[in-house]
Design a protein around this ligand. Structure first.
Ligand code: IDP
Ligand code: MG
Length: 140
């Protein structure tokens, strides 16, 4: 397994409930290292651009509205097998289906307000990281 980088977002439901530290404790506990991080307020256009692959899905407009409902923390995680490891720690998209101890099982409010985002492939991780960070903002 290789060292990878992946994009993580702590969503507005997590910042609103002051859960960023608790969530990052789970990520760091799994061996993922936060090598870049910033708290930002997404504009509608920025959220639409980030989720462009979901444009045709029925939940797209609601998702974008949710993602701009408060600040998010965008961060780059680094570690062995980081893309899959982050997904494993997050758990299934729908918290009702997420395994015990995962971020979404523990903290998510709903299938939409599910506390965390994680890139779904190494290829998408590179695209998503570049959407938010320049090279000099990532300190491994
Ligand atoms: P993922 O975040 O687990 O990769 P995706 O299918 O990529 O899941 O969906 C992106 C985000 O869209 C989810 O994390 C969730 O916030 C939202 N979402 C996904 N499916 C639904 C749905 O059926 N209803 C409402 N929101 C959804
Ligand atoms: Mg996804």
């Amino acid at each position: 397994m290789a060292t990878e980088r992946t994009l993580s977002i702590l969503k507005p439901d997590a910042t609103r409930r002051n859960l960023t530290g608790k969530i990052n404790t789970l990520l760091e506990g799994a061996g993922l290292r936060i090598v870049a991080q910033k708290r930002i307020q997404l504009s509608r256009a920025q959220a639409e651009g980030f989720y462009a692959v979901h444009r045709e899905r029925p939940f797209f407009n609601d998702l974008v509205t949710f993602m701009i409902s408060g600040p998010v923390v965008v961060q780059v995680l680094e570690g062995e097998n980081a893309v899959q490891k982050n997904r494993d720690v997050m758990g299934a998209t729908n918290p009702a289906n997420a395994a015990e101890g995962t971020i979404r099982k523990t903290f998510a409010e709903s299938i939409e307000a599910n506390s965390a985002h994680g890139s779904d492939s190494l290829e998408n991780a590179a695209i998503e990281i570049a959407y938010f960070f320049s090279g000099i903002e990532i300190v491994g």
